[in-house]
Design a protein around this ligand. Structure first.
Ligand SMILES: [Zn+2]
Ligand SMILES: [Zn+2]
Length: 156
């Protein structure tokens, strides 16, 4: 049997071992947002604690189930990923950069959130063009980006 996880729309993990056929109708205890267990675009379950599948053996060392950023089935960003993308894009829009620079930065935001072949380029762009915005998006990136990208952007 496979398990799915319940995550609130803002990306707080509530439960990682929900029966795949179970439906969850509750809210986040951190922020009150609705919990989802399936992709809001294609309804595919959000992969939960697969390590508990099988003979009922519970591996307590295996309890760091990552919160995925994109749906494995349709590739759409989950709501919390979309919120992060939107928030960063809004910061860019509010900045005093010219439109070309804004477009350049906004185009590179997905490469800041995940490790891709273009992440180094994205980091370079942000450290140069996006320097003035970086302090304001730090908290968002710490939540959603990989550690290596955060380190590359902010040092240490
Ligand atoms: Zn929440
Ligand atoms: Zn999906």
């Amino acid at each position: 049997m496979d398990y799915k996880q319940a995550i609130c729309l803002n990306g707080h993990q509530a439960n990682v071992d929900i029966d795949i056929n179970e439906s969850v109708d509750s809210f986040c205890t951190e922020c009150g947002a609705k919990l989802i267990t399936n992709c809001t675009n294609c309804n595919y379950p959000i992969e939960g604690d697969w390590s508990r599948s099988g003979d009922g053996f519970v591996d307590l060392t295996h309890h760091n189930v990552p919160i995925p950023k994109y749906c494995v089935k349709c590739g759409n960003p989950y709501p919390w990923t979309q919120s992060a993308l939107n928030a960063i894009n809004e910061m860019v829009n509010l900045s005093e950069l010219d439109n070309n620079q804004k477009d350049d930065l906004k185009e590179s935001v997905p490469d800041l959130l995940s490790d891709t072949p273009k992440s180094k380029l994205a980091v370079f762009k942000w450290k140069n063009i996006g320097k003035s915005i970086l302090p304001y998006i730090r908290d968002i990136l710490v939540e959603v980006a990989s550690e290596s990208i955060v380190r590359a952007l902010y040092g240490k």
